[in-house]
Ligand binder design. Structure first.
Ligand code: E4P
Length: 222
């Protein structure tokens, strides 16, 4: 499973990239708003992320609400850099825009997926990625991981990763990330704080402290 980071924060992306296991970035309007960014700098900011992560897919989300608007904004975002993936919401307009953009060779990440049928329709329209949301489904007392399992199975049955990759999204904890991996998700997009937790384990910390203490003894320092 590939690790993407779910953020528009440049420092978080730089740090995660320095760990050597980052395979992509996803952003959304809320994550951009969190950086304090303004409308005039939106495309500039997406370009900075794309340049920072050269060669890795970077999802930039359209906020247009009509098919024509999504196609136009999608073309503009895709033209910023070759690694930009256009993120569109699942809805009639989003599907129609995905179909057109895919025909033009522009990769689309279809977002806000909460059902098997939504995922399959996104694949059918030509989405390169589908993003089922786990945490937000849990938030309404539904089974986010169960839904992710069904979507992975359905996409695998009819399409497969050469056509459409599943991005497990709205992941909140290392447990969510591990569950996505065990279910065979192609990608997990993870917020910085959760990504950092994914590499940690209390037994690793305890083991490291013991090694350091013993090495001091070997050096005659303790
Ligand atoms: C997906 O690409 C979204 O940006 C994201 O994972 C949503 O996560 P949230 O539900 O924690 O906001």
């Amino acid at each position: 499973m590939k690790f993407f980071i779910d953020t528009a924060n440049l420092e978080e992306i730089k740090t995660a990239k320095s760990w050597g296991c980052l395979a992509g970035v996803t952003t959304n309007p809320s994550l951009y708003a969190k950086t304090g960014g303004k409308l005039a700098d939106f495309e500039g900011h997406m370009l900075r992320i794309a340049e920072l992560c050269e060669g890795l897919p970077v999802s930039a989300e359209s906020t247009a609400t009509t098919t024509e608007g999504m196609i136009e904004e999608g073309r503009r975002l895709a033209a910023l850099a070759p690694n930009i993936v256009v993120k569109l919401p699942i809805c009639a307009e989003g599907l129609a825009a995905t179909h057109q953009l895919a025909q033009e060779g522009i990769k689309v990440n279809m977002t806000l997926i909460f059902s098997v049928t939504q995922a399959l329709m996104a694949c059918s329209a030509g989405a390169r990625y589908v993003s089922p949301f786990v945490g937000r489904f849990d938030d309404i007392a539904e089974d986010g991981v169960g839904q992710l399992a069904d979507i992975i199975q359905a996409v695998k049955n009819y399409y497969g990763p050469d056509h459409t990759e599943v991005i497990a999204a709205s992941l909140r904890t290392p447990r969510h990330v591990a569950q996505a991996a065990l279910l065979g998700s192609d990608i997990a997009t993870v917020p910085f704080a959760a990504l950092e937790k994914c590499m940690r384990h209390p037994l690793t910390d305890r083991g490291l402290a013991a090694f350091e203490a013993d090495w001091k003894k070997v050096q005659g320092l303790a």
